[in-house]
Design a protein around this ligand. Sequence first.
Ligand SMILES: *Cc1c(COP(=O)(O)O)cnc(C)c1O
Length: 481
Amino acid sequence: MNDIMKFDNELSIEKSRSGKRGIRFNCPSCETNIPNNFTRKSEPKLPELSEFDTVRHFTRLSKFNFSVDTHFYPLGSCTMKYNPRINEETSSFEGFTSLHPLSLDENAQGTLEIIYDAQNRLCELCGMDDATLWPVAGAHGEYTGILIAKKYFSVKGEGRDEIIVPDSAHGTNPATASMAGFKTVNIQSSPDGRLDLDVLKKNLTPRTAVIMLTVPNTLGIFEKNIKKICELAHANGSLVYMDGANLNALIGLVKPGDFGIDIMHLNMHKTFSTPHGGGGPGAGGILVKRILSPHLPKPRVEKKEGKYFLNENVPLSIGRIKAYLCNTQVLLRAYAYILNHGPEEFKSIAENAILNANYIKASLEKLYPSYSKEYCMHECVLTPSKELQEKGIKTLDIAKRLLDYGFHAPTVYFPLIVHEAIMIEPTETESKETLDSFISTMTKIHSEAMENPEMLKQAPHTMPVKRLDEVLAARQPNIKW
Ligand SMILES: *Cc1c(COP(=O)(O)O)cnc(C)c1O
């Protein structure tokens, strides 16, 4: 652990000393030009620090970061993988970064061409017909997709108002269904973690607008019956939505369009490698089958006589979902990544994502039993063994102890249907050495827990902030001021 983390947890406001300054503005006219009713009546409560104090404070804080560039980051469902530097380079070309959001189409040809071409390439990769890259997050993509389904049924004059969501779906799925004004019909998975076809049939009614599936689901399992599910949905006049946020498990191996998916979203920032986390920025493009094209959000990026343009004249569109262009910087990174990989390489990305997750699962299964006995896809869901649970060891204790060993904690207590879940997504970019070191640390934590459970319950021991009272922290957050 870095020595720098062992001392000095003072906030900048605590370091403040009256009269210290980084820069002094010598501009009397600045003050006199501001109308009186807009000037402050009292000094702002800002930390008073020298420039050097400020630099040191923030540089030190920046070193507290756990990031995928510094540590193994096996956060389930988040795909914290290596982001190739070539993406950063290309997305920062001045021609892109200095594009004005209100540029005329003729001055934005390069950016429009990339959006247009990226849409086509993504459709090809996924076996879909049309796309929009406007959504700025996975959840935003879901919401856009479900609004498209809603519009489709309303144009057809059908008042379908229910969306079926299995309990193994990502949490954003039921949230999206409700936000879009649908009633969520939650159905229970079968013991193997898949959708139970009989339960599905019972819940499929003339009111069912959409079946929303996370593929692979949050247990890291592929829906073997996906084709059958799509057939059942279509025979019922319903659509199938696929949450494809974790496409790194499938890319190059299968095309969702081929098994009958009508709408899906992608998480550019996960599968197509953009640094993310901490809330943004992202891009959650959606892909649809031809029947849904007319409802895609506007403007549409189109091409006529060799020129790209934004078409605002889309009468059946759900309308605008984002001001100006999309999160172009994220799309540029994703585009660089797509161009950098041929179909065979995409296939090996998925194979390595699956191999790495299964390597961890198989190596740790004895000490941390897996929810499912089958092979997993890109992530596995483990739990503390019975002997650990008898010692009163919780998933949280294991996650906290991992911090002491320099690993980011996996996703914990999710999916909700697994008691004490530890959800590990190693991603395709980690080496065998890193996986082995994680496996041996998890093994060591298991022995520590057996020998000295109380020590584990106090972990982390080396972090600047030790074990928090999580309930108190949530109810009465101490954010100083
Ligand atoms: C990450 C994720 C989402 C949400 O994506 P955001 O970009 O965070 O909104 C939705 N579904 C699944 C399966 C995910 O892994």
